[in-house]
Design a protein around this ligand. Structure first.
Ligand code: PSU
Ligand code: MN
Length: 306
């Protein structure tokens, strides 16, 4: 095959994922940026494996996604996941980076946007993460809106998350989701979850209480939907504590002039330090819970298809 040919995404799926696709089994895609840039080693490895285990326990097949030597891998094996968890200096790739990475044959962890794009090419419709990117708060060093929001308008994926990361401007993130026509579903809640904090006080447009209803909704639309699942009460961080840490982390980011794709990883890391690990525990917990819910929805969706 000529190296310039557009390789069908099937070639990038692991054997397990290709055989699951052939059998029509429910599959849940997971991303690798949270492994390489969202959590420190070894919590990141343990979290990634626990998320996969939660998907399996709910009756679906996990497909963790990343880029190795320029090629997307859909269904990383545990050794490859360990590489993403352990390697320093690995790139963080958004959707626009994917072709460039192919040209340069480089490794990269993929964000929600890039992972969903790859999953969509492989016809995987269900996806889980911790919190999607959104509109950054000002004064971030500069105007910054995550590619995650825009990418959702180009594909058709059901993304399960705990809202947007509360390092962000949540009211404006919700406004932009409305502008982009993305239905935001509160899972068993009427309020938009705020990542480490179970609620933001902001209303979500739609509430659904069962994986079955969410599966029906995703069967009834041609658009991406954002399913927001609040962190469990016992792991939720007090909003006042969180704001104190966030304000300090933002001041540090400004002082160090950290911007662009480095901003989200920097803030998460700094807040983990300031909270003495409490936000790490929360982040791990919500990622696993979201993986489980995405699997439950994928299983119900499979039943609807007959
Ligand atoms: N969820 C987490 N931790 C993370 C992320 C999500 O619990 O680190 C990552 C996702 O990969 C998401 C990215 O796409 O943060 C957003 O980065 P940015 O704001 O630069 O678009
Ligand atoms: Mn950004």
């Amino acid at each position: 095959m000529s190296p310039m040919e557009f390789k069908p995404y099937r070639n990038f799926c692991s054997e397990e994922i290709n055989s699951a696709r052939d059998q029509g089994l429910p599959i849940v895609a997971l991303e690798s940026t949270l492994i390489s840039h969202g959590l420190p080693y070894p919590t990141n490895l343990e979290t990634a494996l626990a998320a996969e285990a939660a998907v399996r326990a709910a009756g679906a097949i996990p497909a963790t996604i990343g880029v190795l030597q320029g090629e997307p891998v859909i269904g990383l094996n545990p050794k490859q996941i360990e590489f993403f968890a352990n390697s320093k200096e690995i790139r963080k790739a958004s959707s626009r980076d994917l072709a460039w990475l192919r040209v340069k044959k480089l490794d990269a962890a993929t964000t929600v946007a890039a992972s969903c794009r790859i999953a969509e090419e492989a016809h995987i419709q269900f996806f889980a993460t911790g919190g999607i990117g959104g509109v950054h708060r000002s004064p971030a060093p500069r105007f910054d809106i995550s590619n995650d929001l825009f990418e959702l308008t180009r594909i058709r994926t059901t993304v399960v998350c705990s809202g947007a990361k509360n390092i962000l401007d949540l009211p404006n993130t919700l406004e932009l989701l409305e502008t982009f026509g993305i239905a935001v579903i509160g899972y068993r809640t009427e309020e938009f979850p705020a990542f480490y904090v179970s609620s933001s006080g902001l209303p979500v447009p739609f509430r659904l209480d069962t994986p079955r209803e969410i599966a029906e909704l995703s069967a009834f639309t041609q658009d991406s939907i954002l399913v927001t699942n609040p962190i469990s009460r016992d792991l939720s961080i007090e909003p006042d504590d969180f704001l104190t840490w966030l304000n300090r982390a933002e001041r540090d980011a400004e002082r160090l002039n950290i911007a662009g794709s480095a901003l989200t990883p920097f803030l998460l890391k700094r807040i983990a330090e300031l909270s003495e690990g409490r936000t790490l525990k929360a982040n791990r917990g919500l990622i696993v819970e979201n993986a489980r819910l995405a699997a439950e929805i994928a299983v119900e969706h499979g039943k609807l298809q007959g």
